[in-house]
Design a protein around this ligand. Structure first.
Ligand SMILES: [Zn+2]
Ligand SMILES: [Zn+2]
Ligand SMILES: [Zn+2]
Ligand SMILES: [Zn+2]
Ligand SMILES: [Zn+2]
Ligand SMILES: [Zn+2]
Ligand SMILES: [Zn+2]
Length: 1827
């Protein structure tokens, strides 16, 4: 074996040169051979294949026993042998030179043609693009004029190309600045001529390459190669290459019926690969379409194949497609795809190449079809990547030049039927099918027109679609779909409708006979299709029983939605040519006649009313079937409105076909539908279920109504204009079954036969009937019906919408139907209709308000209103008119004039039947005994009368004499009488308006008749009664609102069963809490009255006011004072591991040598990089301990009752001790007990006993103590165990003190393990205090006074048991979160974590306040104040509760050793955060000498002042070591009083600076200027401020000394003010200058690690001081920039592949490949998405991300919670575009981003997510962990 490998190596190293380029049967290079054959005129594809036959398997064959994941090959060799040879041949010389020259001739090109990858940004211009498919790439867009137009952004789904330079794609500005140059320099098309020789060579090569690729990629599924590519025996002898036995591959193919999980499991089991590899296989299959999962022997491969098929066939599925293929086939196919890429690259060089390519690809020598045709027909047999390779090649080779494109379009059209049939049977997405190329050719207007005229494209497309439909037709020839029958294939057929839309999207300007013929051929097929739909999905009214099952209705509506744009466009085409219109109209009439909706043999029935009669078609809608789908009738309506343009009308001789339907017959189907809808509204169809209601909803909905409701109304209006008015109304009444009602005797008749139910129905039906009349008469905003433009129509729509309420841009846009280009036309007219009100505070969205003068156009019965919109708009308008002092009614608006064709419609208003109807409604309104009366009827009749009056006033129709004709019917008198009727009080104003209008219109005719004004008494009366009525109405509304509120409150209360009894109190709690917090503000305000500035620490400490605090429990509402022994109070609190302040994120230094340290942060102190550490927060809501426990237990019980499988991903996890605050539902996981001020625990004598120990003495004393420090012998652990058991007993567990008991034994075991796992936790102890006293000599006694030992408080219970328990409980929260461990009460790290949380929480509040620019103490929110106050106090008493002073003492020694000894094997000064050391030292140092007594509570004594001094000193040294003092500050030199007159101080700081820098070997700056002591000191002081701010917060809450006034103001926190409050000296001299300080500084600077940091030898740069406030990454102002950046982002786990969901971490800026299998990682033994994993690494489980393509914010809280939020980007109307649906240009809104920043910085993400999940109503839970 070793031999053969050696041989291989020798071969490739040495013989490459000789053999590689040599042709098999000669000794010459292949290029020479090809040249020879060319010269002799015999060169063919065979000669190329001879070369590839040998070399392709050699180079590209997969390794035996491998798979596609570890597949690699020699790329350089491939290039040399397989590609360079081709190029050399084509160029006959140096390819580089020739190709460069060629491309220069072509440069710059006049078209772009860039093929988009998936996710690449695209831009369309809404002003210039012909349609929305016309798009530009980023480069072109940035160089084009459209960037200043109204444009839209989008992301490509892959496969399309840039349309820059295509003059047909753009109305104007077709070129960008790059490509315009190309169009200018080459006006003549001769530019693409290649030299003859080159042409000949390229033709030969292209032909060979294309045929080879075609042959290999479309290879039928055999295991072997075509014979001319097989390796022959002679080859083997010659080269000795292939003595290895034949190898085979198991190839897995993609399908859409198996889930990822199914395939992954199968592969893991069958192929025995790892989970990770299985995922990679599956993602590759999904992307590429196939993958090699194994190379092996034929037998092994076949076994795998069988197993995979067997496994995947299990779930009732088809088995996955698996093939066993020879490795050489795989190699050749791989090369074939590479060749296609290569060819695409070559085509890019010159237009000549492309023309040649197109020629070759289309060439067909019978019987063979051309390559293009072959690909079209075999596309669905190829796997994904093979397909896309061909598609891209065709796009870049054939679609750039018009003639090639046209040639392709013809071939495409010819084969369209087969292509689509294949596509429908296939299961791949449309974008992976060659069918998707239609958008490239059908959207080009001239091509579309050409294809319609010459290639029967409409016929072919419609025929393909119709043949799909005929399968779905029932016996009656109507489409019929069944529920639960898969409709996948039919849905895929809908793509044909898109293609039809493309073809028709541009109307022809010039018609030719050929175009007419082709188009009308299409129309005739379209009419066939419409006939299939006419009358489909019939419904029959259900009586007696409810429907048993809901009939299918969705498919028909889906079809309608896809077809409607085609219908609209076809109608528009018809409207542009008289001949076409006539022929289409006649054809439609004929179709309608051939498909009657009634029985032609049934005789009509004569109906009579007021001396008029009509022969009506008998059809009872209430018992016979009715359909909502009537596209054929509607098509006629669409054609009809174009007639007038060409001087045509219904009776023109051109339109006479015999036989044809009468107008009555034409309106019949539509009328039935209207009656059915009316009956539904009248409650007659209640038993028909939701299916029907859904249909009606969509019939009326904006997405469907243009080709449904709107056309129906037009058709009825056509009927009204063609049928005699009285007859028309009789037809309507008859169909509504209301002839009886219209009988004057109706009321009398019903008295004899009273039937409540049918009367109620009749009343409703009359209302519906009158409503239909109002619509027919009044809805004239359709071009062709009224004399209006389509813009007028949009304006009308907008006006009506804005009468409901002001709307934002997107809301308003949504109310309009969009055209085929998805445009509504709103922007064109909106400014004429409304005014845009900018958003108030930058963040809200702007709204449009209707212009005042347009309110008079409001039509209360507008036909597009839903019922809610009707009542809402009426209410709004009544209110508005009342406020404006106008009569409170909504009279009908003036109407636009009718077109001549529809003029007769106006006659409806004055015909006898109408007047009769008006009369009876008015009379019955007056008649108090009339039972058929309703207010709505009166309202609608008054509306109709109003229309008639408006119409007569305008005098558009000369024949309209309403007032005159109405005399006979006494309408005026009836109205006048009604004005004083109490029954119709609500419509009094409208009656008055109508009467006045009537008299005003009638006046000229009456010529000075009786007074025409309304009696003034009447008016007065109206307004009076209106007043009282109004009041009553308002009162009722108020009562109703109150009742509603009550019910709501009760409901909330019921949901929260814990406070059932307190439902009412609940509402008031909030305000009481507010009051409480006001009271709590008092102590701080006291400071204003104090004469001297307060001092918190040291000998000059201001006396601390002890204020009793009282809170109300939110659960039981009882007031409670905070005390040590009373019932304990708690705050709901949340502890989370936080990295918000981190200066070094884990992700940045994964490979760092120090990284180990970050995995396990030293528990002893907060590191300089600040975190991760447990952060404590609270919502500030207070409860009794027992109330909270009861509440928590009830949740626990509730959650346990919930069956496991019904578990929602609820907002909190009970197993993690989480719950929601009962008041504000804030996420909580622990409690913070309220502890009284620490001063109450200190004996007053303590204060006086304190001596002023100098800093130096203090240091010296501590050093002595350190000198005696010793490790505690291990036996002492027993003691610890005993103590911890005591605490467990505290918690209610029964533990005996007997150390031999079993339970204790196990406890001991657990504890010992824990101790061993702790790196620094060996226990230390030191000498007694007396020893130090003695050694200190004179000052010994003073020092000893700092550690009083003779206290007798030891056994006195300070705090109630209850309170102690809760303090321990809280300590466990910080302990478990901070260390990621299970609870353990006795662990010595428990106090460390509680200290750490205290330090970190203060740090983070300091940063938050700094970021918000809020004052340090003056403006704290109650949440923050309550949180820190309780936290600091709890920590203060913790040691006394925990009762293990010997552990505390040991911690103190550890910390002291760290600081004062600073051993070289421990952390250096740059490793710790000074405040993070100060806190633990403050709490542990008092225990230094006490190992058997409770730790004293800190009180702000001299000891603490000295601790502060020590840490400030270390902070200053850090500053001196790390800050660059050469950097000059911008600010002018401020006048300083400190150090001004003290030259010694000046030299002092410089001296220290130079000394420490020298010791630490800080590299000196060459250009260092002479440092100025004053500026150095200023810098140092400024850098100290954040540290001092933390200290001020800390001591303020610790000792309770109120802060000075200056610290409550912004900017008052100067170094001097902070020092004053903290009791520190302010000058450098007093602070720093002493030998002890100097020595200590030297010691710190001398540490080995400091040198490594400052010299840059360490991988980590030292953390800069002061701590900067972390910010979220900065985002570009323009959102498109962000999209552009991510288009370059590829998935880090799959080579060069795009990521589908590029998502940016806003904390660190890293881009991730989210929501994808390729980037799943294992975390805690489950696979999680890239975001979840990153959140774990970067944010300790919390993440804040921007999903770039979706344009939305993602918040994550591991392991499985998250929520989406709207992004901080807004369009020009102040609206966000979550999901990037509208595509308007977006800009960054800084305010919104700042809010996000504060949410993060304030640790609010967990809370935000919990709230979002709580209010989430979606049924399908999001798998957050997979994002
Ligand atoms: Zn472009
Ligand atoms: Zn361009
Ligand atoms: Zn433009
Ligand atoms: Zn309570
Ligand atoms: Zn709360
Ligand atoms: Zn990925
Ligand atoms: Zn990050």
């Amino acid at each position: 074996m070793g031999d053969s490998i050696d041989n291989d190596l020798t071969f490739s190293d040495l013989e490459v040169e000789r053999v590689l380029l040599v042709f098999p049967d000669s000794s010459r290079s292949c290029v020479d051979v090809w040249n020879d054959k060319l010269k002799n005129g015999v060169l063919s594809g065979t000669h190329f294949k001879e070369h590839w036959r040998i070399w392709v398997p050699k180079i590209y064959s997969p390794e035996p026993y491998g798979n596609s994941l570890d597949w690699s090959y020699d790329e350089a060799k491939a290039q040399e042998v397989l590609f360079d040879t081709l190029e050399q041949f084509i160029c006959n010389g140096d390819p580089q030179e020739v190709l460069t020259k060629l491309s220069q001739l072509d440069s710059p090109p006049s078209v772009c043609g860039r093929v988009f990858k998936m996710g690449e940004p695209t831009y369309s211009c809404r002003e210039c693009g012909m349609d929305p498919t016309c798009v530009l790439c980023v480069d072109c867009f940035k160089q084009s004029a459209h960037r200043h137009h109204k444009y839209k952004m989008g992301t490509s789904s892959g496969g399309g190309c840039c349309d820059c330079g295509d003059t047909e794609a753009w109305r104007s500005e077709p070129f960008c600045d790059i490509h315009v140059a190309g169009s200018e320099i080459r006006p003549d098309p001769a530019g693409h001529h290649l030299p003859d020789d080159l042409t000949e060579r390229a033709r030969a090569a292209f032909t060979a390459v294309l045929k080879y690729a075609y042959q290999l990629l479309t290879l039928e599924y055999t295991t072997g190669l075509p014979s001319d590519l097989q390796v022959k025996e002679s080859d083997e002898n010659l080269f000795g290459l292939f003595n290895t036995p034949d190898a085979y591959c198991t190839v897995l193919f993609n399908d859409e019926s198996h889930t990822f999980e199914q395939v992954i499991t199968t592969l893991v089991r069958v192929v025995k690969c790892s989970q990770r590899d299985a995922i990679d296989f599956v993602t590759n299959t999904d992307r590429e379409g196939r993958v090699v999962v194994k190379c092996s022997t034929f037998q092994h491969c076949t076994e795998l194949k069988t197993d995979i098929e067997r496994f995947t066939a299990r779930h009732g599925n088809r088995p996955l497609k698996v093939l066993v293929v020879h490795t050489h086939v795989i190699a050749h196919q791989f090369y074939a795809m590479k060749l296609l890429d290569w060819l695409q690259k070559i085509l890019g060089y010159a237009e000549g190449f492309r023309v040649l390519f197109s020629d070759v690809a289309l060439q067909n020598k019978a019987p063979d079809a051309s390559i293009v045709e072959g690909i079209l027909l075999l596309d669905s047999h190829l796997w994904k990547s093979a397909r896309t390779h061909w598609h891209r090649l065709i796009i870049s080779g054939m679609l750039m030049e018009y003639e090639s494109k046209k040639a392709f379009a013809k071939v495409f059209t010819k084969n369209y039927g087969s292509v689509l049939k294949d596509f429908m049977r296939d299961d791949h997405d449309h974008s992976f099918s060659v069918a998707s190329m239609s958008v490239q050719v059908f959207t080009v207007p001239t091509l579309a027109h050409y294809l319609i005229a010459n290639d029967d494209v409409l016929f072919i497309l419609l025929n393909t679609f119709i043949s799909e439909c005929t399968r779905k037709c029932n016996k009656a020839g109507k489409l019929e779909f069944e529920r639960n029958v898969p409709t996948g294939t039919f849905k895929r057929a809908h793509y044909i409708l898109y293609d039809l839309k493309y073809l028709l999207s541009s109307k022809p300007v010039m018609w030719t006979d050929a175009l007419r013929k082709g188009f009308l051929q299409g129309i005739s097929l379209l009419l066939n299709l419409l006939t299939f739909m006419q009358g489909m999905d019939m419904v029959t009214r259900q009586v007696g029983q409810h429907m048993e099952y809901e009939p299918e209705w969705e498919t028909a509506f889906n079809l309608h939605i896809k077809l409607a744009p085609v219908i609209t466009l076809a109608l528009e085409w018809c409207g542009t040519d008289k001949i076409v219109l006539i022929k289409a109209y006649r054809a439609t009439l004929k179709k309608l006649y051939d498909n009657p909706s009634f029985d032609p043999n049934q005789a009509g029935e004569v109906r009579e009313l007021v001396d008029h009669s009509a022969t009506c078609i008998q059809y009872d809608v209430a018992t016979q079937p009715v359909s909502i789908h009537l596209p054929l009738s509607r098509f006629l309506a669409g054609l009809h409105i174009h007639l007038e343009k060409f001087g045509l009308h219904f009776d023109s001789h051109e339109l006479q076909v015999t036989p044809r339907p009468t107008p009555e017959q034409l309106i019949e189907p539509v009328l039935r539908t209207q009656v059915m809808i009316s009956q539904v509204h009248a409650g007659m169809w209640r038993r028909n279920g939701y299916s029907l209601l859904n249909q009606l909803y969509f019939y009326h909905n904006v997405k469907c109504r243009s080709e449904m409701l709107d056309r129906d109304i037009v058709l009825l209006q056509i009927g009204a204009s063609l049928i005699e008015s009285n007859e028309f109304l009789i037809h309507l009444l008859n169909k509504f079954n209301l002839i009886n009602w219209a009988n004057p005797q109706f009321e009398l008749n019903t008295l004899k036969n009273p039937e409540e139910d049918s009367m109620r129905q009749t009343i409703s039906l009359v209302e519906e009937f009158l409503g239909l009349l109002v619509i027919l008469v009044g809805e004239r905003y359709t071009p062709g019906v009224g004399k209006i433009t389509s813009d007028d129509r949009i304006k009308k729509e907008l006006t009506q919408q804005l009468c409901i309420k002001p709307l934002s841009h997107s809301e308003l846009n949504k109310t309009l139907p969009d055209d085929v280009n998805y445009e509504t036309g709103m922007e064109r007219v909106i400014d004429q209709v409304a005014e845009f009100k900018k958003p108030g505070q930058g963040s809200g969205k702007g709204i449009y308000e209707l212009k005042t003068e347009l309110y008079s156009n409001y039509n209360v019965f507008f036909y597009h209103y839903t019922r809610e919109e009707f009542s809402k708009s009426e209410e709004t308008q009544r209110k508005r008119r009342k406020a404006a002092g106008e009569p409170e009614c909504c009279p009908p608006p003036p109407l636009p004039p009718l077109t001549d064709a529809f003029m007769m419609m106006a006659n409806l208003l004055q015909c006898d039947v109408m007047l009769h109807i008006m009369q009876i409604v008015l009379e019955r309104s007056i008649n108090l005994r009339a039972r058929s009366f309703s207010e709505t009827q009166l309202h609608k009749v008054l509306h109709l009368i109003g229309y008639a009056l408006q119409e007569e006033e305008k005098q558009y129709c000369q024949f309209l004499l309403f007032t005159e004709r109405a005399e006979k019917w006494r309408l005026e008198l009836l109205i006048e009488e009604l004005c004083s009727s109490a029954r119709v009080e609500a419509h009094k104003d409208l009656l008055v308006w109508t009467l006045a209008k009537y008299r005003q219109i009638a006046a000229p005719r009456r010529q000075g008749g009786p007074s025409t004004t309304v009696p003034s008494t009447l008016l007065q009366e109206t307004s009076q009664s209106e007043g009282t009525a109004k009041e009553e109405k308002e009162w009722r509304a108020m009562m109703a609102a109150q009742k509603r509120a009550k019910i709501m409150a009760q409901m909330t209360a019921m949901q929260k069963n814990f406070m059932k009894e307190n439902a009412k109190l609940f509402e008031t709690t909030v305000s009481e809490v507010g009051k409480m917090s006001d009271l709590k503000g008092l102590p701080m305000d006291l400071s204003e009255n104090m004469e001297t500035a307060p001092v918190a620490l040291g000998p000059n400490q201001t006396s601390k006011p002890i204020i009793e605090q009282q809170y109300t429990c939110i659960l039981c509402q009882e007031d409670q004072t905070v005390s040590a022994d009373g019932p304990a109070l708690l705050l709901a609190a949340f502890v989370q591991q936080s990295t918000v302040l981190c200066q070094h994120r884990k992700t940045e230094n994964l490979d760092m040598e120090e990284s180990g340290r970050y995995d396990l942060p030293d528990p002893l102190f907060l590191p300089a990089s600040v975190g991760p550490a447990p952060h404590t927060g609270t919502c500030g809501h207070v409860m009794h301990t027992h109330c909270w426990q009861k509440y928590f237990d009830s949740i626990l019980a509730k959650e346990n009752r919930r069956p496991y499988r019904l578990r929602q991903p609820i907002s909190f996890d009970i197993e993690k001790h989480e719950y929601l605050c009962p008041l504000c539902e804030c996420l909580s996981n622990t409690v913070l007990p309220l502890v009284p001020p620490l001063g109450t625990f200190q004996p007053q004598s303590n204060q006086h006993a304190q001596k002023n120990v100098t800093f130096e003495t203090w240091l010296q004393g501590l050093k002595i103590a350190l000198k005696y420090k010793k490790k505690l012998p291990s036996g002492v652990r027993k003691l610890e165990v005993r103590r911890s058991s005591r605490i467990q007993a505290l918690q209610g567990r029964e533990v005996t003190l007997n150390a031999t008991s079993e339970e204790n034994q196990s406890d001991f075991q657990g504890f010992a393990d824990d101790v061993d796992s702790q790196p620094v936790q060996h226990m230390l102890y030191t000498c007694p205090i007396d020893q130090v006293s003695i050694e200190l000599g004179d000052s010994g006694a003073d020092f000893a006074s700092l550690f009083p030992s003779n206290r007798n408080l030891a056994d006195k219970p300070w705090l109630s048991e209850n309170l102690e328990e809760m303090i321990i409980l809280y300590s466990q929260a910080t302990y478990t979160k901070g260390l990621g461990v299970h609870p353990h009460i006795g662990d010595s790290r428990v106090p460390l974590m509680i200290w750490k949380s205290c330090a970190y929480s203060i740090h983070s509040l300091e940063c938050l306040l700094r970021d918000m620019e809020k004052p340090l103490l003056g403006d704290l929110s109650c949440r923050h104040r309550d949180c820190l106050e309780s936290l600091v106090r709890i920590v203060g008493v913790f040691d006394a509760v925990w009762k293990r002073p010997e552990v505390t003492s040991s911690h103190a020694l550890h910390i002291l050793s760290l600081i004062l000894e600073n051993p070289s094997d421990g952390p250096c000064i740059l490793d710790w955060d000074c405040f993070g050391v100060l806190v633990p030292l403050t709490f542990s140092l008092p225990s230094l000498f006490l190992s058997d007594q409770p730790t004293p509570v800190p009180s702000g004594n001299v000891q603490e002042l000295n601790i502060l001094k020590l840490m400030l000193l270390s902070h200053i040294v850090k500053i001196l070591l790390t800050v660059d003092f050469n950097e000059r500050e911008e600010e002018p030199m401020d006048v300083e009083e400190v150090g001004e007159g003290d030259p010694a101080a000046k030299s002092n700081i410089l001296e220290l600076l130079h000394a420490v820098r020298k010791v630490a070997a800080v590299p000196s700056d060459e250009n260092a200027v002479q440092l100025d002591a004053r500026s150095v000191w200023t810098k140092v002081k400024n850098a100290c401020i954040p540290f001092l701010r933390c200290c001020a917060l800390f001591y303020h809450f610790l000792v309770g000394v109120p802060g000075p006034y200056v610290l409550m103001e912004v900017g008052g926190d100067t170094f001097e003010n902070l020092c004053a409050y903290l009791g520190l000296p302010k000058s450098y001299h007093e602070l720093v200058s002493s030998p002890a300080v100097f020595d200590l500084s030297m010691k710190w600077a001398h540490h080995e690690k400091v040198r490594r940091y400052v010299s840059g030898a360490s991988n980590l740069s030292p953390v800069t001081v002061p701590l900067p406030v972390n910010q979220l990454v900065s985002l570009p102002a323009d959102y498109s920039e962000l999209i552009n950046t991510v288009s370059l982002f590829t998935c880090p786990n799959s080579e060069r592949e795009d990521s589908r969901n590029p998502t940016m971490c806003l904390v660190c800026g890293q881009m991730l490949c989210s929501q994808s299998y390729c980037c799943q990682t294992e975390l805690n033994r489950t696979l999680v998405g890239a975001c979840t994993y990153h959140a774990h690494e970067c944010g300790a489980g919390v993440g804040i991300f921007l999903r770039v393509r979706e344009c939305e914010i993602l918040l994550l809280a591991s392991p499985s919670r998250g929520c989406f939020m709207s992004p901080p980007y807004l369009d020009q109307y102040g609206e966000t575009d979550q999901g990037l649906r509208r595509g308007n240009p977006l800009r960054l809104c800084l305010e919104r981003y700042k809010k996000l920043q504060l949410l993060w910085l304030g640790h609010g993400i967990h809370e935000e997510i919990a709230r979002a999940l709580e209010s989430n109503t979606s049924i399908v839970p999001t798998q957050w962990q997979h994002l």
